[in-house]
Design a protein around this ligand. Sequence first.
Ligand SMILES: Nc1ncnc2c1ncn2[C@@H]1O[C@H](COP(=O)(O)OP(=O)(O)OP(=O)(O)O)[C@@H](O)[C@H]1O
Ligand SMILES: [Mg+2]
Length: 289
Amino acid sequence: MPYLEIKNLSYKYEDGTRALDNVSLSVEKGEFVGLLASNGGGKTTLLKAIVGLLKTKPGSIKIDGKPIKEMSRMELSSKVGLVFQNPSDQLFAPTVEDDVAFGPRNLGLNGAKVQERVKKSLQMVGMAGLAKKPIHHLSFGQQKRVSIAGVLAMKPELLLLDEPTAGLDPKSESSLLYTLEQLNKKEGITIIIATHMVDLMPLFLDRIFVLKEGRLTIEGAPEEVFSSTQVMEGVDLRLPYITYLIEELKHKDHLPFDELPLTIKEARTKLVSILTENLVGLKENYPAR
Ligand SMILES: Nc1ncnc2c1ncn2[C@@H]1O[C@H](COP(=O)(O)OP(=O)(O)OP(=O)(O)O)[C@@H](O)[C@H]1O
Ligand SMILES: [Mg+2]
């Protein structure tokens, strides 16, 4: 049985916008999957639906076999947590530590346990030193990290993140991805991340779902999804840059790549082996100038 099962989910906003159109997908326990779409594709709507924030058809979303519409708010929030795209939609307490403590307190944990969770979650996002700071004095990236800590402190089984690295600097971006990878691999937390980081996705995702105008159009492992520029252009997205470079080398310079590598490491290995095997022929095609 999949951990998350979505069947024929459609959603229309009040003004008539059809944001989700007959989406069906399932995610297994322990998977780390990505949600990819251009702006307005339906990522945020889908994530909000999964945490029960939207009026959806009963039975269309099940977590651990149970329809979310049959769960109490408490039961649902102990299973699934959403980090909002915009931290100001999520943060409301006066200080960093108050905000992160809010969820665990609501779960009924005692003071010491709450403090422990607050400390650990802030450490995970590199914000331990700013626990006493007023939220409204934080930079955007810092607010983003606090909003992630607030959800981590709930210890959800399913963690949903809506573009968590947008607005983070490169070092914070990779340290957040490392933290998420640890949570997934070591603690078995199932993760769904909506993101535009196509260059980094192949490094950490098991599977990717691609939405276009609310419809699920492509689904598969990163190597299946990022198969060509043409496929990506069809969904208004792009290949990882390294994959695009290799595609150009394959089609325009006729280097004999069979599959397109998705990471710098893979590309380097394949390129070195092609160059070594074909050095003679290449020298004839590209004489030294
Ligand atoms: N409250 C709302 N009322 C009406 N239409 C909405 C509302 N929220 C979103 N939409 C529309 O629903 C569609 C999907 O929006 P959604 O926010 O889910 O996209 P997204 O993939 O998260 O985009 P982005 O990458 O910009 O965050 C868009 O066409 C958007 O204009
Ligand atoms: Mg969005």
